[in-house]
Design a protein around this ligand. Sequence first.
Ligand SMILES: Nc1ncnc2c1ncn2[C@@H]1O[C@H](COP(=O)(O)OP(=O)(O)OP(=O)(O)O)[C@@H](O)[C@H]1O
Length: 427
Amino acid sequence: MEVLLRDVSKVFPGGTVAVDTVSLHVRPGELVVLLGPSGCGKTTLLRMVAGLELPTAGQVTLDGRPARTVAYSGRDVAMVFQELALYRHMSVAENIGFPLRWAGFDDAARHEKVLEVASALGIGELLGRRPSQLSGGQRQRVAMGRALVRNPRLFLMDEPLSDLDTQLRTELRTEIVDLVKDLGATCVYVTHDQTEALTMADRVAILRRGVLQDLGKPTDVYTRPATLYVAGFLGQPRMNLIEATVVVSLDQHVALRMGAQELRLPWLHMQARMLARYHGERIAVGFRPEALTPVPPDTTDNVLHGRVLYLEHHGHESLAFLDVGATAVTIDETGYGDPGTNRGRSRGVRGMLARLSGRGGRPAAASEEKAVERAGAGRHERARAELTIRLAPYPSIGVGHPVAVAVDVTRLHFFDDAGMRIDLARR
Ligand SMILES: Nc1ncnc2c1ncn2[C@@H]1O[C@H](COP(=O)(O)OP(=O)(O)OP(=O)(O)O)[C@@H](O)[C@H]1O
């Protein structure tokens, strides 16, 4: 089934703009994940596709017909939500088979279909149990079974795995993809978990404050994010985002000045000439930790020098957070839980994100005040970290240690003052 959203907005009474002029085309058989932090409008968007909510403006159509008509009229659309609504007084088999009763299947046909779906989901042994006798993961499978049994052409799933532990989530997300693909159904899947989005989706749609920020294959949105917001949102550890002034030396190179240090892109470098038109301007430069390699201190050419502010040991690797004397560009609402990690320091490319969303946003001055507050002792020291690098587990260096890192300038990301990717056209 084809899902088409044309300039869809939803404003709730009271004035909350939950969804802001979103256009999205989900092709038949495609699995599109709506990703974004809490409150960005994912559920509202999904509910409009389900016909449960009417848009304030724009249109939502399913195979060319208004969503509400399709969802109400047939059995083509199935929904799975986080809050499972299993019938407690019914067995697993009755729960799964329930939609078939409505569709007029006789007992034998229903039984056969339930068995088929239950064994596909690995719950064939549990058909006689009540929901209260099941684990969370098993209950989730039953809910999935009830949605699957109707052979729907469109699945709408809203954080169906969010109550489960990590291992079950990992298992079930693969199963969901397989099941949906086997059925040839279209699927719109809502989550705030970027791993889920990047592993499951054919394409990911990233929302912030109701505005669609990026739409593309997982590899595209990760390797070439369309906006500064997406650059900061996707990836763990997050992408380093540093403010730089562009200085052109004609026919030689384009320098990116970051505090007292600079990186140089040779003039023949593909991106150098594209950056040349920003001569004298400030832009945001992004580089993921994987583009940075520790090198001996006397190495020249595109090396940044810094000092270790703190280290984090993750077992398989350690992360070092360096102060390189430059200004970090930070993004609020990245969905990260730790308030100490660079957040609030949005001096630099000022109010970039407020403008990006076209409204709201914390004024830069307030953010600067917060940054000052955080520059004190304790965990708020972390707000000073400007460059995250990956190291082998438990390295011999410690806090305060000088470190030189070579920057792979072919893996830089550039964003303009409005937070838009400078070379978006090449994606
Ligand atoms: N019925 C409603 N009336 C008023 N405001 C609403 C209503 N439903 C949602 N909102 C608001 O609309 C915005 C988007 O909410 P929505 O539930 O779509 O976000 P979400 O991205 O799904 O969040 P979460 O991940 O926390 O579920 C929020 O600011 C929310 O408070």
